[in-house]
Design a protein around this ligand. Structure first.
Ligand SMILES: [Fe+2]
Length: 187
């Protein structure tokens, strides 16, 4: 039996960092270029950092809890806001909680059988992502969208279906405001 040692860490609500992360990664546009609708805008954008994740190293066991800080930077590719790649959990029957601590945006969610849901994220909003819902953070504001996330230790990440088919909805700027539109397959 694994027995974790208690620990704590400090969240920076402004930068979205953990004081002592075990793992940090930055997702650049080039790692998710095909997820944006506007290929010309992607080509013109260079290769900016779109989002960052700060994680603790927790055993991938069902009884443990993963935690991370998710920082989606402000910006757009064409009219489409910066967003995370989004994922299902590899173990589908695992949920997640996001507590937004800074910024403005949406948690965009969908199920494999076609349901979609977008919930607004603002500081102090906690979002419950049920089991079997893919989830993606979308930053529609002018500052970093930062959340503290907690999910089951063994959940894992499954990007596969998202990478090939995308989400059913996109969040784009129309007339200066965020709009949730259908994702049309590119021709
Ligand atoms: Fe997740």
């Amino acid at each position: 039996m694994f027995l974790s040692t208690p620990f704590s860490d400090v969240i920076d609500r402004v930068e979205g960092t953990l004081a002592s992360p075990d793992n940090v990664y930055e997702r650049h546009l080039s790692a998710m270029a095909e997820m944006y609708e506007d290929a010309e805008a992607v080509a013109a954008a260079g290769d900016p950092v779109i989002y960052k994740v700060y994680e603790k190293k927790i055993p991938e066991l069902a009884g443990e809890l993963q935690w991370c800080m998710s920082v989606t930077l402000p910006g757009k590719i064409g009219r489409e806001y910066y967003m995370t790649k989004g994922h299902f959990h590899e173990v589908r029957d695992t949920a997640e909680i996001y507590l937004c601590v800074r910024g403005t945006g949406y948690m965009l969610m969908e199920t494999e059988d076609g349901q979609s849901k977008a919930l607004e994220m603002n500081p102090d909003v906690a979002v419950y992502v049920p089991a079997r819902w893919a989830h993606r953070s979308v930053n529609t504001g002018g500052e970093p969208l930062i959340s503290f996330c907690v999910y089951p230790g063994d959940a894992g990440h499954d990007y596969g279906t998202i990478e090939t088919e995308g989400f059913r909805k996109r969040i784009v700027e129309i007339d200066g405001r965020p709009a949730i539109i259908d994702n049309r397959p590119s021709s």
